[in-house]
Write a protein that binds this ligand. Structure first.
Ligand SMILES: Nc1nc2c(ncn2[C@@H]2O[C@H](COP(=O)(O)OP(=O)(O)OP(=O)(O)O)[C@@H](O)[C@H]2O)c(=O)[nH]1
Length: 483
């Protein structure tokens, strides 16, 4: 029974160590030794059965069994020792694998966690970036809307300034130019109020020519150039509300809020001051407003210079440079207009032709320059003796014409007599020599009694003058009047 169990146990041992050739060899050797021992014991048992216990004890005492058992024990010890070594190795291997597995498991847990963290961080960053981009996009949309609004506003400003420049070119005088300027400022700067000033030719006083907006900070209607910093310095002057600002003397900002603004822009051309634009308001006086007013001032200055030049040319074209009187061209334009005006009012009008007597002789005696001096003196006398509404012209050479609207024959004759007497008693200082006096002859014709049209009136007055010459000169003769 025990022998069967031993065999099974040995067979199992052989199977168990089958993966290890050295152990397998030892197990097989052990099995052989055990089998040998079993066979020996079986022999003793058989001997005991056959020859008795004593024979079996004798045979057993020979020492063979003891040696077999020692070999079996030694083989068993060797196998066990080897198995212990193998067991330690396997245990070490198992522990290494277990820690490796643990590391892998930990890594397997940590890596996804780290990846998840990285993913979440990336998502948060993307989210932040997206929110930043969204904010930026919203700000860009706002900026875009603002720049579109600004572009539209600038386009409208350009359009208004263009139209303003066109209107300025068509203005006949400074009053019109200033009125147009006031309107354009009202359109461009609806919150502003102010005045357009023009400097007198003498440069000592600036007068208001136009006003715009509702005045909240009073400014004087007339000002001295020294009262305005812009006029003094020849550049724009800005100031704020009441406190802490350098104000021009022509403005009175007392009690105005700090948000108030005032702007003076000089009107300048070729280094000469022509006038001033003064603006003020409670809000809206930013840099854009200043730029606009400067642009307006620039165009207005050019326009004022042009108007001045045009006026000078117009006056030159209608005046005689030697005497300062109107010329024949002006007379021809003016006389018919005056006749129509008197016709409407049913008033008379007198035309007087005046010619210096023996002027050729005077010229010959004192030279052409002396003659010119006399003609200039006659011009001065006529200017001094006619009313504002009368017109005195140099008709040509030494011949002059006077137009006296709303004057009857008697008055006209009396005035002609005064003029004749004045010329006849006036001397001229020429080349340090007093020359003259020289006389003049005058002829007179009346509207509507003598003639109704300009040419005919002039001819009749000239005919009367001719008669005055023939009657002995230095006299006044009216049309239809005996010499
Ligand atoms: N100095 C000067 N002489 C002028 C000017 N225009 C015309 N004359 C001269 O005026 C003179 C006019 O002479 P006349 O037309 O003969 O007449 P008058 O000598 O004045 O004689 P009566 O008119 O008959 O009294 C001429 O000698 C012209 O040369 C001018 O602008 N300056």
């Amino acid at each position: 029974m025990a022998s069967r169990e031993n065999r099974r146990a040995l067979a199992e041992l052989v199977t168990l160590v089958g993966d290890n050739p050295a152990q397998l060899e030892r197990a097989r050797a052990l099995r052989a030794q055990v089998n040998e021992r079993v066979a020996t014991l079986q022999g003793l048992i058989d001997l005991q059965g056959a020859q008795g216990m004593a024979a079996a004890q004798r045979a057993g005492a020979v020492g063979t069994g003891f040696a077999q058992m020692q070999r079996i024990n030694a083989a068993t010890e060797q196998i066990l020792a080897e198995e212990r070594v193998l067991l330690r190795q396997r245990r070490a291997e198992a522990e290494r694998r277990a820690s490796l597995t643990t590391s892998i498991v930990i890594a397997g847990i940590l890596v996804p966690l780290v990846l998840l963290g990285v993913l979440l961080w990336g998502l948060a960053r993307e989210n932040r970036r997206a929110r930043g981009l969204e904010r930026e996009a919203r700000a860009t949309v706002v900026r875009l809307a603002e720049s579109i609004e600004q572009r539209d506003r600038l386009a409208e400003q350009r359009r208004l300034l263009g139209a303003y420049a066109g209107l300025l070119q068509s203005c006949h005088d400074r009053n019109e130019a200033m009125a147009v300027t006031a309107r354009v400022i009202e359109q461009l700067l609806p919150h502003a109020a102010g005045r357009c000033y023009v400097l007198r030719a003498s440069q000592n006083l600036a007068e208001t020519f136009a006003q715009f907006g509702t005045e909240v900070i009073p400014s004087d209607a007339m000002l001295l150039p020294d009262d305005c910093w812009a006029l003094r310095r020849g550049q724009p002057h800005r100031s704020g509300g009441h406190g802490g600002h350098v104000h021009c003397r022509h403005v009175h900002p007392e009690g105005s809020p700090d948000s108030a603004w005032m702007l003076c822009v000089p009107l300048m051309a070729q280094g000469t001051s022509l006038g001033l634009l003064h603006l003020h308001g409670l809000h809206g006086g930013d840099e854009e407003a200043t730029t606009l007013v400067e642009a307006i001032a620039e165009q207005l200055s050019l326009s004022l210079v042009n108007l001045q030049l045009r006026e000078t040319l117009r006056l030159q074209s209608l005046h005689d440079p030697l005497t300062g009187l109107y010329n024949r061209r002006y007379l021809e334009e003016h006389l018919q207009r005056e006749i129509l005006r008197c016709q409407r009012r049913q008033k008379p009008l007198a035309v007087i032709m005046l010619d210096v007597d023996h002027f050729k002789r005077f010229n010959d005696r004192y030279g052409h320059a002396g003659g010119d001096a006399l003609l200039a003196r006659v011009g001065q006398t006529l200017r001094e003796l006619v009313r504002n509404e009368d017109v005195a012209c140099r008709y040509g050479g030494e011949e002059f014409t006077l137009v006296l609207p709303e004057t009857d024959r008697e008055t006209a004759l009396a005035r002609a007599e005064v003029i004749r007497a004045a010329i006849g008693s006036t001397t001229v200082l020429h080349a340090r020599e007093i020359i003259g006096p020289n006389t003049a002859s005058l002829g007179l014709a009346m509207f509507p009694d003598d003639a109704q049209v300009a040419d005919e009136l002039l001819q009749l007055a000239d005919a009367a003058l001719y008669r005055a010459k023939h009657a002995g000169r230095n006299r006044v003769i009216g049309h239809g009047q005996p010499a």
